[in-house]
Each structure stands twice: as C-alpha cells, then as structure tokens.
Design a protein around this ligand. Structure first.
Ligand SMILES: Cc1cc2nc3c(=O)[nH]c(=O)nc-3n(C[C@H](O)[C@H](O)[C@H](O)COP(=O)(O)OP(=O)(O)OC[C@H]3O[C@@H](n4cnc5c(N)ncnc54)[C@H](O)[C@@H]3O)c2cc1C
Length: 484
C-alpha cells in the first residue's frame, strides 16, 4: 500500500500518479514539522536514501512569508554551520549571513563600546529565519524521495504500529503508516503531548519572567546602515534589555525583553505617551532609529519564552522528539536552532551508512548522547540572560572578560572562554558547562586580587594555571569545521 493515498495528493492534484507518490513507498520516515530542524532532518535522511514525508500544519512559507514584512533573524554559530556544511548549504547561507564580531553595548547616555566575542576573525552570524528555512526546504524539495505536505496537520498517532492520522487542507483525514515518526513540531509539540499521555514522561516547563516584542530599525535615507552591522547591539538595563541584529536589507530587528507585569513591564506601557516616556528614559539613542515605534510596539505581539526539558524523548523504536520539541531553551545564548541542528548531526552519525537502521538501538542512543548536552545549554542560556541584560555594562565584568581573553591568548591550549566553547567549538555543551564552572572558580580568585584593575597584565598566569587548573580543565576545544 502506498503511504500516500491516491485521492490525497493535494500537493499536485495528480490523483496519486505523480513521481513523488510512486517514489514514496510504504513506510517512509515521517517528520512532523517543516521548521528549521524538520527540514534539515528531512534533507539529511533523504540524502542517505530514506524515503521521507514531512507534514507541516502551516502554509508553505516560501509563498506565505512575503505577506509578513518583518525580518526575524537568528544567530548562527559553529554547530549550525557544521550541519549546514554537511548538507552542502554553507555557501548559500554564507551569502545571506552577516558576521557579528562582538556585542556593541549602548549606555543610557548613548555611548557605544564593543566587546569582542572571540579571537580576531571569529563571529556569530545573523541570518534571516525565513530565508534559512526556505533554503532548507528548497534543497529538501529537490530530493526525489522527499514529500513535503504543507497545511497537513498531525492529528494523532497510534504508538504501536505506528499509524498517523493526518488532516489535509480541506480537513479530510487520512492515515500514514511510517517506519518511524520524528516530532520536529517545535516548543509546543503535539507529538510530545501525545507521548506525555502515553508514557511516564517528565516535562518541566519554566516560563521565565521576560516576554519579548520585535521592533524594526529601518535603513537610513540613503539606504545606509544606521548602526554598525558587524555587531550584535545590546541596550542592557538591569532587569530588562533590548538587542538588535542586522538584516541583509540594512535594517535591524530589535527585540525588547521585559517583564509582562510590574513597574517596568509591557503591561505598564498602555499608550503612546507611556511608550515615549519609557523609550526616552531608557533607550534615548534608539528612539530616532525606530520611526515606526508606536505602530511596531502596539501592533506586534508580545510573546513568551520558556525552557522545556522532558524525558524520555522516544517511545521504543517508533517515535522520537527532536529540536525544540525535545528541548526548548531561552534565546539568550543564540543556541536553540544550533543545538537542534547538532541533534540532526548526532542522529545521522548514529544511523551511519546502514540502509536498515535499527531504531530500537538508535533512538535510545540518540537520547543518551543529547540529553545531558541540551540540559547544559538550557542552563547556560538562562545564565546568559543575566549576563546580557545586566553584567555586560559592569566594569568588573568587562575587566574579567579582558583577563580571560588575555589568558586565552597566552595559553590557548589551556584556556578557552566559555562563550567560545559554546559558540566557536563543537565541545559538547555539558563539557563546556563543567569547564566554565572550573574557570569561574579561578576567575573569582583572580578578581579578588588586590588592585587587579592595574596589576592583571603582570600576573604569572602560567603559575596560576599550574596551581589551580585540574587536569581535565586542560581541554582544547573540539576541532571546528571550515568556518573556524
Ligand atoms: C525570540 C527568539 C530568538 C531566537 N534566537 C535564536 C538564535 O539567535 N539562534 C538560535 O540558534 N536559536 C534561536 N532561537 C531558537 C530557534 O528559533 C528554535 O530553536 C528553532 O526554531 C527550533 O526549530 P524547530 O524546527 O525545532 O521548531 P520550529 O521552528 O518551532 O518548527 C516547528 C514546526 O512544526 C510545525 N507543527 C507544529 N505542530 C504541528 C502538527 N501537529 N502537525 C504538523 N506540523 C506541526 C510548526 O508549524 C512549525 O513549522 C530563538 C527563538 C526565539 C523565540
């Protein structure tokens, strides 16, 4: 039996005669969700020769997103690049990616100071979420063994066969009998909800206090950048902050992170007068850059962010979660998509080159290899919120980073700053977290040295490292790919 009933070929209305219907035999791998992770996974699996069906409840974004004029961007770093390189998309993405070499900190008085992210030449990259998803979908679509069904929603599945019940755009239901189901259906995953009903699954969802809202800085009158496009801009204000990432069209997407309720909060801004008073007080240098502030602020949604950690990720050899569906994290380390892409790499490594994967071994091994790492990046991401909104403006923090960079330059084989381990290496996140904790102990001691502000360049760091560093801290980062 074809998994794709003849009368359900809504993609091309062929009545089941099209090439795709023939090439997608019974028992495809079914992926729920054609977001960033689902489309990358489809591409990777299909290139290994597996028939793949993706069902996506939303319309095809390649046609739909032109209606939405907002540019939403993401920071792409080494882990993401590695996966995109593996599927031959790195050069295409490079053409649309803007390198950001550091954080540009904006004080209330409007002074700007740059804090580099890593060594010279190291950068994270601002990429349009829609363009990246579009490139992944186009590439997946080129594969003859991939079928992408937009506006098809996963309604339910029976775990044991498994059989999926799916609704097409007309609301008609049909069933598919896949070999295995991957729930790449995002932070509010339906697949996960179904697994919670079936299994003894723990699922901790921690909504954190800040909400976020996107605003736009347009290009200048001559089409020029209004801020330095080689940096990620931060307006740190203690309990809240605004950031801005550059877009290819010379605009910037700003994201304001702030409490939902309270004295300084989204709720406290009820009208244009509140809005101007708030921005004039906390972000005066940004006001002239955001001409549509009122429209953006009152029209754009205020959204929630949360950390979601669950266990187990799979049911026997039949169903597995991946990407945000398995681990959604707050966006402050810019690692949500990057870690989802790393999931895909880890899964493909476990599958290897076999044409008949043993899912009963692969799915538990995938969970084992990823769970402690995604828990670690969840923790690191929460901590980075405090760093971004508050500490980056603190002179003691700036000095600490300077000293760390100095130690790294002098002893690169013994000390790689935590940010670099996370963003510019493939060191497992759990190991990066552990190394970061050891580094904290040493840095706390260094920062406690009297007159450290004037003496730090003259300290004997070789001695400090010899006497304080446990042998396992001496861990060079894992080799990076072509984007080192
Ligand atoms: C404000 C913000 C900023 C961020 N910044 C960064 C960053 O700088 N760097 C970074 O790496 N990450 C960042 N992230 C995280 C990143 O967006 C996510 O990690 C990434 O999008 C996860 O991809 P995904 O494919 O797992 O899920 P999603 O992108 O959410 O895709 C899930 C897909 O599943 C579909 N779906 C859901 N239910 C069904 C169903 N029942 N049937 C069929 N389809 C279904 C949805 O329509 C959707 O298309 C940010 C997140 C936020 C909120």
């Amino acid at each position: 039996m074809s998994h794709f009933p003849a009368d359900q070929c809504t993609a091309c209305q062929c009545g089941g005669r099209c090439q795709r219907s023939r090439l997608n035999p019974a028992k495809p791998i079914l992926i729920a969700g054609a977001g960033l992770v689902g489309s990358l996974l489809a591409l990777m699996l299909s290139r290994r020769g597996f028939p793949v069906t993706i069902i996506e409840k939303r319309p095809d974004l390649r046609r739909a997103y032109e209606k939405d004029h907002r540019s939403i961007n993401l920071a792409l770093s080494h882990r993401g690049w590695k996966a995109l390189t593996a599927v031959g998309l790195a050069e295409d993405i490079r053409r649309i990616a803007l390198p950001m070499h550091g954080r540009m900190i904006h004080s209330v008085a409007g002074q700007q100071s740059l804090q580099s992210y890593g060594k010279e030449g190291e950068a994270i990259f601002s990429v349009s979420r829609n363009k990246l998803n579009e490139l992944l979908l186009n590439k997946a679509d080129e594969q003859p063994n991939v079928l992408i069904q937009f506006e098809h929603r996963l309604l339910d599945f029976n775990f044991d066969e498994p059989v999926c019940r799916i609704a097409n755009p007309n609301g008609q239901e049909y069933t598919v009998r896949p070999e295995v189901i991957f729930g790449a259906d995002g932070a509010f995953s339906f697949t996960r909800r179904r697994m919670q009903e079936k299994l003894m699954m723990t699922c901790d969802q921690t909504a954190i206090t800040p909400r976020y809202k996107e605003l736009t800085i347009p290009a200048g009158p001559e089409g020029e950048w209004l801020l330095d496009p080689t940096a990620l801009h931060i307006w740190p204000r203690g309990s809240f902050m605004m950031i801005a990432l550059p877009n290819q069209d010379r605009t910037f997407t700003c994201t304001l992170f702030m409490a939902a309720e309270g004295e300084i909060s989204f709720e406290a801004i009820q009208n244009t007068s509140d809005l101007h008073q708030f921005f004039g007080r906390y972000f005066p240098n940004a006001v002239p850059l955001i001409p549509a502030l009122e429209t953006d602020f009152f029209r754009n949604p205020t959204s929630k962010i949360m950390t979601m950690q669950c266990f187990p990720w799979h049911y026997e050899d039949k169903v597995s979660l991946i990407g945000d569906a398995a681990h959604s994290i707050v966006p402050f380390y810019g690692q949500g998509m990057n870690s989802g892409f790393e999931d895909c790499m880890a899964l493909l490594d476990l599958i290897g080159t076999t044409a008949r994967p043993n899912w009963a071994e692969i799915l538990p091994a995938f969970q084992r290899s990823r769970k402690e790492n995604t828990d670690a990046i969840a923790e690191l991401s929460l901590r980075n919120f405090t760093e971004m909104r508050d500490k980056v403006a603190d002179p003691a923090f700036v000095l600490r980073k300077q000293i760390e960079a100095h130690i790294h330059r002098q002893h690169p084989d013994q000390w790689t700053p935590l940010y670099s381990l996370v963003s510019f290496s493939h060191t497992p996140y759990a190991e990066a977290l552990r190394i970061g904790q050891q580094q904290d102990v040493i840095m706390n001691r260094i920062m406690g040295i009297e007159e450290i502000g004037t003496s730090w360049q003259h300290l004997d760091y070789a001695h400090i490292l010899r006497s304080h560093v446990s042998p396992d801290l001496i861990s060079a980062p894992q080799p990076v790919g072509q984007f080192a």
